[in-house]
Design a protein around this ligand. Structure first.
Ligand code: ATP
Ligand code: MG
Length: 304
């Protein structure tokens, strides 16, 4: 659905994006992660047809976007990293206005706007002014706006930046939903954790270069074999210590209430085996997950 061939962007002789070759299948979500200045926004803007590359090709659904913008642009939804909004419009009017701009017929607009507002959980806010919304709500409204013409492909630039943890989680929930209904998406962020729950694969960008791509598990095995894991236990806590002390990947562990935090050196496959061993020993778990700091560690190591 999305393909780039040797995509390159220079600003006054300085390369912001170098030789980018990407291929994203229909229905997949791709997370583009990297530090400030890595070239994420430059990439997203070229993919969305808004910034002319210095050289290279972008194809959406097989069609060259810069050669055939009129065919391709209607298929694209783009959420910029920064934007202004019409604070004096009501939430419903705001979306209705954009639906009109994108040529959605009047008879279809009301149903579509209502559906989108419910998708981003702003159904109860339809009559409020945009200026009354919190930042997180505005961000969800902007996501609804990028969906208003029912695009096939979404390019979202830093959808969670500048939001508090709860607002971030609410935006991530909307993105998880879009991924679950198989929207093709490219989402840029410098918070790997936010992308980890819904992206099928991740690309790590650093100083204009896509340094690596893979699933979270693949990147985790490559950059961060030593993980911090948290296990939450319902029963069988007395048996857990024995299993952990016999597993060669366990470096250390500590027990607090019904949860065990452990430092573990091994692949994702090893973690799955440990899970099996615990269950076989009669430990009943409600969760076994990598701690957030492990996920961010991948980011730090891959871009160092
Ligand atoms: N219009 C421009 N003119 C000149 N240089 C630019 C321009 N836009 C971006 N750059 C440079 O290109 C490089 C990549 O910037 P870009 O905004 O794509 O990075 P980013 O990964 O999106 O960073 P951030 O996480 O801060 O959003 C940076 O060095 C930046 O200074
Ligand atoms: Mg950016």
């Amino acid at each position: 659905m999305i393909e780039t061939l040797d995509l390159w962007k220079s600003y006054n002789g300085t390369d912001a994006v170098k030789a980018l070759n990407l291929r994203i299948e229909e229905g997949r979500s791709f997370g583009l992660v990297g530090p400030n200045g890595a070239g994420k926004t430059t990439t997203i803007r070229m993919l969305a047809g808004l910034l002319q590359p210095t050289s290279g090709v972008v194809r959406i659904d097989g069609v060259d976007i810069f050669a055939n913008p009129k065919t391709v642009m209607p298929k694209i939804g783009y959420l910029p990293d920064e934007y202004g909004m019409y604070d004096g419009l009501r939430v419903f009017e705001f979306l209705d206005y954009y639906a009109g701009l994108y040529g959605v017929r009047k008879g279809e607009r009301q149903e579509r706007v209502e559906r989108l507002l419910s998708l981003v959980r702003l159904g109860n806010w339809a009559g409020k002014f945009v200026g009354e919304l919190s930042r997180g709500m505005k961000q969800r409204l902007m996501i609804a706006k990028t969906l208003v013409h029912n695009p096939e492909v979404l390019f979202l630039d830093e959808p969670t930046s500048g939001l508090d943890p709860r607002s971030r989680a609410e935006v991530v929930e909307v993105l998880q939903h879009l991924a679950s209904i198989n929207k093709t998406m490219v989402v840029a962020s410098n918070i790997l954790y936010d992308l980890s729950s819904f992206c099928d694969s991740l690309g790590v960008m650093d100083r204009g270069v896509l340094v690596d791509t893979g699933t979270l598990d693949e990147l985790s095995d490559k950059y961060c074999r030593e993980k911090v894991l948290r296990i939450t236990v319902v029963s069988g806590m007395n048996r857990i210590e024995e299993v952990l002390s016999q597993d060669k990947g366990v470096r250390s562990f500590s027990v607090e209430g019904d949860s065990v935090t452990l430092c573990y050196d091994g692949t994702v496959e090893d973690v799955a085996n440990l899970n099996e061993k615990l269950v076989r020993a009669g430990v009943r778990l409600t969760g076994l997950c990598q701690e957030r700091r492990t996920i961010e560690e991948i980011f730090l190591r891959a871009t160092s």
